[in-house]
Design a protein around this ligand. Structure first.
Ligand code: COI
Length: 356
């Protein structure tokens, strides 16, 4: 059935896949909800968007994105909170960052009101896909890619903006063993590191694979010039605690301005920690590890929320962190964030936005 409101056309699926889903066993990012949002950009403007059953795309082999990678994305999460209402955590920050990424990649911006409305209608249609379990959520993947059917190198004149969603549970299970990367770089000054551009992730795969072959799950990225300063960890921001001080590299041209990072730092300030956003030298972290004064180190990102680091490898030596069970900050922050998202902890900063 095709319906039309003033903003979007809506074609509902005739056969929901919801009953086939095992919500107790959800591999991350492999189960997709019934519908998706699609909106095309052509002739210099966005066309009317539509919601259609989740389905494959059909692309001309010359489609620009396949060759030159003009592609950006976001990751957000929806939760089933109080009275079965559906909330999204700080969506406006993701929408803003999406448009920053679009600008850097020479792509058109999406009107934040249209973005929010698309999300709202999609979540309304697929609200039953938001899992109820405490550790579960509906991961939201908005993305945009170049659709010109042309293999000359220039910004595309046409684009597609889409949103689909996936019910998910944990991204990582257990602690993460990471290695400090001293040869390859994720991003450089003047580059695209602050943007959520698909190519950033592609370029990171090879160094991560090398680390995985040596028994690490992920990397700690360092600056591209001297490999002296810590930047991020894997696909996440990185946060450390030593005593009462929480410290993390400042966001910059080379570091993604993470929503979870910002939320964790705000909680730390609320709880009276000394929060430092400053350059963090690899040497400083190694020194603290050797002195047993590095009490916590974790990745902060939407997918995992908080991913505790158990081991940091550097030039052939492994340094262990204390067991996660005893960490005072990350555990409390993870519980607080989960509680806020699920409506069980007071949302004093107004982070949750009700969509359904
Ligand atoms: C995140 O940590 O939220 C990410 O960006 C990971 C995502 C690419 C799956």
């Amino acid at each position: 059935m095709i319906a039309s409101d003033t903003m979007f056309d809506i074609e509902r699926t005739g056969s929901s896949r919801l009953t086939e889903v095992d919500f107790e066993n959800l591999p991350f990012g492999r189960v997709f909800s019934d519908h998706m949002f699609v909106m095309d950009f052509k002739d210099g403007e966005w066309q009317k968007g539509k919601i259609v059953p989740f389905q494959n795309l059909s692309l001309n082999p010359a489609t620009s994105v396949i060759h030159y990678g003009q592609s950006i994305f976001e990751g957000m999460k929806a939760f089933r909170g109080k009275d079965q209402h559906i909330f999204v955590f700080r969506p406006d920050r993701n929408i803003k960052r999406f448009n920053l990424s679009a600008e850097r990649m020479c792509m058109p911006k999406v009107d934040p009101d249209v973005f929010r409305e698309a999300l709202s209608q999609l979540l309304n249609l697929d609200k039953d896909w938001v899992p109820p379990q405490n550790d579960a959520s509906l991961y939201i993947r908005p993305f945009m890619f170049a659709t010109d059917e042309y293999i000359g190198v220039k910004p595309s004149e046409t684009y597609r903006f889409m949103i689909f969603t996936c019910p998910v549970r944990r991204y990582y299970t257990g602690d993460v063993k990471v290695r400090v990367e001293t040869r390859y770089a994720r991003s450089v000054k003047g580059g695209t590191g602050f943007a959520k551009a698909a190519g950033n992730y592609a370029g990171a795969l090879y160094p991560a694979k090398l680390a995985q072959e040596d028994g690490y799950q992920q990397l700690i990225w360092t600056d591209a010039v001297e490999h002296k300063y810590i930047e991020e960890s894997g696909t996440m921001n990185i946060v450390f605690r030593s005593g009462n001080t929480i410290f993390t590299p400042p966001t910059s041209e080379t570091i993604l301005n993470g929503v979870t990072r910002d939320s964790v730092l705000q909680l730390a300030r609320d709880w009276g920690y000394n929060v430092e956003e400053r350059r963090v030298e690899v040497e400083e972290v190694l020194h603290l590890l050797k002195e047993e004064k590095l009490h916590e180190a974790f990745g902060a990102g939407t997918a995992a929320t908080i991913a505790p680091i158990s081991t940091i490898g550097f030039e052939g030596s492994d340094y262990e962190l204390p067991p996660f069970d005893g960490w005072e900050f990350a555990q409390k922050a993870a519980a607080a964030l989960d509680g806020i998202k699920k409506g069980m902890v007071e949302d004093t900063h107004g982070w949750n936005v009700r969509f359904v």
